[in-house]
Design a protein around this ligand. Structure first.
Ligand code: GLC
Length: 451
């Protein structure tokens, strides 16, 4: 049995730890850079933050009605019926989830939107919804969209592995309407288009007036917040004293110190050169990041040396899903037995305990950096709105990483303490489960009541 030299191993591990550490000073610098990019983005100057006006403010809480909501933006597509009671409460009497086939994500736009129309058709049938009535539909479309009105906007660029052709530069509501027409669905009137962050903010603030930020930490990552219109110089023709939610598209923030592994993830992605923050933070990329580190260790002869099968199938891109990192990070068994089972399934058998401990440590190094960067982005936005942190700020957060990754939220809170000390308690992270679909319905209701 060969053993890697403990010193070589330790040296390498601590060099990696240094590489991935985000110190409080790093966070302060990121916050400053965020402010600069926010300012430039709001003025319409070149910036990695698009700062997209959403054409809506947070809801009043008295919006009412029954809506159909669509949620497109991750691995699944969802159709929901949402009922708003006009008193800040919502219910979801029906929801259907459809896995988006690879060929629709990466084929033509027509195929993708036909798939969406097909799902809506079966949702209407499954729930015996009377097609003689007309239903207002809210469309949560979680990609960078240059919004031109409440129910109109063009896709700027695909993110998160979508590449369907003929959609970038097009109005996605028009594409949806065309697909509904092709399928003879006449009972639907698309009345709102919203990013998932904006939906999440709207859903939480429907019953909570302290909520002024929406954040997604899931397959992708992004944030939105309430901005005074006088601070959005690029937006013309609106009352400067009113407020509007701004979709920041912070996944594209690029003033970051990237490691060689981050560069590898970027280069092998479908959108190289873009979305640097997202690729360091979100669930779509964390597993791959950890896998590249593990492969590096294996190749340097520092991990799994007892193995005849060496890397198992770890050599394949994306073979370590972030959800398994979650499992490893949460493995509380004394011998890390759950991790051993996972590795066995990957073809890496008979691992030594110290190797499994190391694996767990890497998952933690990668996920802690993600959580700290997420918290840095939130800190930047909160201090932009309220530099002295004088008010309470509720941040509506959704996404599998935030919800399911062990210790993720705690690591974020640690950053708020480091930066703000006793005032950290003024920032509340509120898990707003499935907020985006409900929130889009609230936006649709607000739009309908304005008419
Ligand atoms: C990606 C999208 C963004 C979305 C985020 C979370 O960053 O570009 O629009 O909000 O993922 O789903």
């Amino acid at each position: 049995m060969v053993s890697p030299s403990p010193t070589a191993r330790e040296e390498f591990v601590s060099s990696l730890e240094n590489l991935f550490t985000i110190s409080p000073d790093d966070i302060k610098a990121i916050v400053q850079d965020f402010h600069g990019e926010m300012r430039r983005g709001l003025s319409g100057h070149q910036s990695s933050l698009k700062m997209i006006p959403s054409f809506v403010d947070r809801p009043r809480g008295d919006e009412k009605g029954t809506f159909i909501a669509l949620d497109l933006g991750g691995t699944n597509f969802r159709v929901l019926a949402v009922v708003l009671d006009g008193k800040g409460n919502e219910s979801v009497p029906a929801v259907s989830t459809y896995a988006i086939p690879e060929k629709e994500m990466k084929g033509t736009g027509t195929e993708l939107f036909d798939f969406i129309a097909r799902c809506i058709d079966s949702f209407l049938t499954e729930n015996a919804i009377d097609r003689k009535n007309v239903y207002n539909l809210a469309f949560t479309f979680s990609f960078p969209v240059a919004q031109t009105g409440i129910a109109a906007g063009t896709l700027i660029v695909w993110t998160k592995g979508f590449t369907a052709t003929g959609v970038e530069g097009e109005d996605v509501v028009a594409l949806l309407n065309d697909a509904l027409r092709r399928r003879n669905i006449c009972c639907i009137n698309v009345t709102a288009l919203a990013n998932d962050t904006v939906g999440t903010l709207a859903a939480r603030s429907y019953g909570d007036p302290t909520c002024d930020m929406g954040v997604i930490l899931g397959t992708g990552t992004n944030g939105c917040y309430r901005e005074k219109i006088s601070n959005i110089p690029k937006l013309k023709g609106h009352d400067p004293d009113e407020y509007m939610i701004v979709n920041m598209e912070w996944g594209n923030f690029d003033k970051l110190r990237r490691t060689r592994y981050d560069k590898q993830v970027d280069e092998s992605s479908l959108n190289p050169g873009a979305m640097f923050l997202e690729k360091m933070v979100s669930g779509m990329y964390l597993g791959e990041l950890a896998r590249l580190i593990i492969m590096d260790l294996i190749e340097r002869g520092l991990l799994f040396l007892n193995e005849s099968t060496a890397a198992g199938n770890f050599g394949e891109k994306d073979s370590l899903k972030t959800q398994y990192m979650s499992l490893i990070a949460g493995d509380a068994t004394a011998d890390l037995g759950e991790t051993a089972t996972f590795l066995n399934n990957k073809g890496i058998t008979n691992t030594a305990l110290r190797d499994r401990i190391l694996l767990k440590r890497f998952c933690q190094i990668v996920s802690a950096r993600s959580a700290r960067l997420g918290a840095a982005a939130i800190s930047a936005v909160v201090t932009w709105m309220d530099p002295g942190l004088n008010e309470r700020h509720t941040v509506a957060v959704d996404g599998s990483l935030f919800e399911k990754y062990p210790g993720f939220e705690d690591e974020m809170k640690k950053v708020f303490k480091e930066l703000f000390g006793g005032s950290a308690g003024r920032i509340t992270l509120a898990h707003s489960k499935d907020g985006s679909g409900k929130g889009a319905a609230i936006i649709a209701a607000a739009a309908a009541s304005k008419k």
